[in-house]
Design a protein around this ligand. Structure first.
Ligand code: ADP
Length: 390
């Protein structure tokens, strides 16, 4: 089946046409700067496009995607649409899109203010421009809904959980689920027989403890700000730091939000960049900020892995994925060295051989297994969509 995967963000719409049989992406692209100065970039079998256009709302963006797919003669081959949704609230698995689902996504806007309205609008636009296609919503949070209460509760008065559903939700669930299934395959086991630590390391990063194929704990929380140090996000903080900065510098809520979401993490620590490639290069050339950022990123990651490992009886594999996990030899090597207590030893030659071939084992024979698995969230969204609409 060919599935159009749509990822409607606050000011962008990303798309891909995935063939679930061949698992290949046939066409993909991005409309960005919605509401400002629309720009579309897309590729397909009949050629590529790249231009600016008038795009005041998501409707024009989805219309442009539809037009491109029609020009590519792909439109009649697509049988369903799968939407990536950041926050699924109560949903524990993917759902067929209905008015009830759209209304629920809008009702939890407070949980992800930039994303949820965009997802709901994206679904309505898709209904308008692709009226015959069934749609499915795939939630980043759903995979983590198996966490036990002791893992998802925060140490604040219980009434906030009861009244406002303030709890750990976890994100990147589609990626953690995808690499869990892949890693199990590589070990020749069923996911339900496997315990993993999955480390999705990209611009946003999170680690999950996978117990018998299900999520037992994860580092992201009520929002994707919790847990690991990320590109521009701080990760976990002592909340009193915010009180201190607010009192001393007069930062209001919006300014604090910007500080911890856009100015912190690798960027804030290094004073140079949020991009791991730039930082690795600069650190090797002696840039102190880059060295501090790299060292702190790897140490905090190790510390979180050590923490969530306590949710598991054993670790069958430590799985690295995401842009950094799949590509950064330096991060993998440093983290594996930091994890010496758990017996991990890196095989330098394997770690150097950094191909995109999924399932690349990077640990030494006879030591606990660590591997690199390329994530593919779009494929999993397409497969979920196919399963639900068939
Ligand atoms: P997103 O979370 O936006 O999907 P990605 O998963 O694409 O992000 O990851 C982006 C991160 O991966 C960036 O920090 C980037 O520098 C890093 N990255 C990509 N390629 C490499 C590489 N070859 N070496 C080190 N880091 C890399």
């Amino acid at each position: 089946m060919r599935v159009l995967v749509l990822n409607c963000g606050s000011s962008s719409v990303k798309f891909a046409v995935i063939d679930t049989q061949t698992k290949e992406s046939i066409s993909s692209g991005l409309v960005e700067n919605i509401g400002v100065n629309g720009h579309v970039k897309a590729k397909g079998p009949a050629g590529n496009i790249d231009f600016n256009f008038d795009c005041p709302t998501h409707a024009e963006a989805v219309a442009e995607v539809q037009k491109f797919l029609a020009e590519q003669k792909l439109i009649d081959t697509i049988e369903a649409i799968g939407h990536r949704v950041v926050h699924g609230g109560k949903y524990i698995k993917s759902e067929k899109v209905s008015q009830e689902v759209i209304d629920y996504i809008r009702s939890i806007t407070l949980f992800a203010p930039l994303h949820e309205p965009a997802h709901a609008t994206g679904m309505e636009c898709a209904t308008k421009f692709f009226p015959t296609l069934p749609q499915v919503a795939v939630f980043d949070t759903a995979f983590h809904q198996t966490m036990p209460r002791k893992a998802y509760l925060y140490g604040i008065p219980y009434s906030f959980y009861e009244k406002d559903a303030i709890r750990r939700y976890g994100f990147h669930g589609t990626s953690h689920r995808f690499v869990t299934a892949e890693a199990a395959k590589i070990l020749g086991k069923k996911p339900e027989d496997c315990c993993f630590i999955t480390a999705h390391l990209g611009n946003g990063s999170s680690c999950s403890a996978i117990l018998n194929g299900k999520c037992a704990d994860t580092t992201m929380g009520f929002t994707p700000l919790d847990g690991l140090i990320m590109g521009t996000r701080s990760g976990s903080l002592d909340p009193a730091i915010l009180f201190f900065i607010s009192k001393k510098y007069g930062y209001d809520i919006d300014r604090l939000d910007k500080l911890v979401n856009k100015e912190s993490g690798l960027l804030g620590l290094s004073g140079l960049s949020n991009d791991m490639r730039t930082l690795t290069q600069a650190a090797s050339e002696g840039h102190i900020g880059a060295q501090i950022a790299l060292e702190t990123f790897c140490y905090k990651l190790t510390r979180e892995i050590g923490g969530i490992a306590m949710a598991l009886p054993r670790i069958d594999a430590l799985v690295f994925t995401g842009g950094i996990g799949e590509n950064s030899r330096v991060v993998r090597k440093t983290v594996m060295e930091n994890l010496a207590l758990l017996g991990y030893q890196i095989d330098d030659a394997r770690n150097e051989d950094n191909g995109k071939n999924s399932g690349h084992i990077i640990s030494k024979d006879g030591t606990p297994t660590a591997m690199v698995v390329a994530t593919n969230e779009e494929l999993l969204i397409a497969l979920d969509t196919e399963a639900l609409v068939k």
